[in-house]
Design a protein around this ligand. Sequence first.
Ligand code: PLP
Length: 431
Amino acid sequence: MNELARELNEVLDRTVVSSFLSPLGRRMYFPKGIVAQSAEAGEKAKNYNATVGLATKNGEPIHLSDIYNRFEKDVFRPRDIFNYAPGGGDKALRALWKEEMIRKNPTLKGKSFSSPLVTSGLTHAISMAAQLFVSNGDEVVCPDLFWDNYDLIFSELTDARMIPFTFFKDGGFNTEALRSALLSAKGDAVRLILNFPNNPTGYTPSHEEVLSIVAMLKEVAKEKKILIIVDDAYFGLFYEKETEKESLFAYLCDLDENIFAIKGDAATKEEMAWGFRVGFITYGGKGLDEAAYQALTNKTLGMIRCTVSNCDRPGQSLLLDAMKNGKHYAEDKEKLFKEMNLRYDILKKELENYKDSSLLKPYPFNSGYFMAFDTLSNSAEELRCYLLDKYGVGAVSIFDKTFRLAYCSVEPEKIKDLVALVYKAAGELWS
Ligand SMILES: Cc1ncc(COP(=O)(O)O)c(C=O)c1O
């Protein structure tokens, strides 16, 4: 094993992280190679910097003027668009994202957690967390209604076994089922992924429910070390008063020495920049000190280096500028929230008209972009194909038993018709 990796492991072996490092995670380190040497030269090479493979003239990247001319010159220099971003992301963006994280999650105030690292979208953050901390034969607890990409990431990429628990009980979050799943996992360490607002159901627990989840995790942590990946893809889109408005990470990052929390979030949905591919990964744990956060950062930089090498530069520059200087930033985000809230209200009301249906049962939903139906033993895939072929309506079937509507992409005045067609098609197929 490389000496640098060994040194990082020595630091992490004093913490809860050591129970979770995969063999790859143990081997990983950020080499003192081209990227590290060029970052050092960037600070000290006052005469010539001949480190990195990037063509420059007069200190700026040589570039296609057809691209650069699309930007305002007094806002973005060529280096803001064409250069590589610093390893781990633009420092100013990382600092601002952290500041915003605390503003949006006041419970984080005064707590210690790592500086967010920029990833190539949220999938990349989850995928790196999986590769660093999950491996062959490990068990990953997750709700029985989950984003289908988790299956590919955990079951295939890391060869782990997903342990689903029943998400809902009596119209709310099933804390007891989660507890049993965690306790049933083999060994003295268990891995968990939770995502609120949830994809596919659009559910976020209430504040009361979150408090009981947190208390339960603290109890379980007496028996087992817990790694929890908190997927905050749809953070902020909470439409009901009682719904929890903070990330679970805010409650878990200092909860117990036996709990290691990883927050994945992104500009993707939060900043309406789906195609930018700018995400973040942040670490937190009660027993983790600055040296441990540095070691985790170093291993993550190594993962970035050997997978995508560097994350999207123009996306980071544009995002930073909008967050820092944007004239319409807050207003545009508020507009999106109101639009989604309006669609949510219309859909909720419309579904009331079908509450006695024995064909489709909506799962509880209160947040995010989606709602989903339990197809009650009928084939969700059959409904999807029928709707598409006969009525030209596209929706998603998941594992053939869940039917998901992304109402975020349907105009408010069309929602009534969409719901009518879904129930009509289900009636034509199954009654
Ligand atoms: C629950 C959940 N997590 C993560 C992601 C991935 O986001 P990104 O596009 O930033 O990779 C998505 C995207 O659909 C999602 O629904």
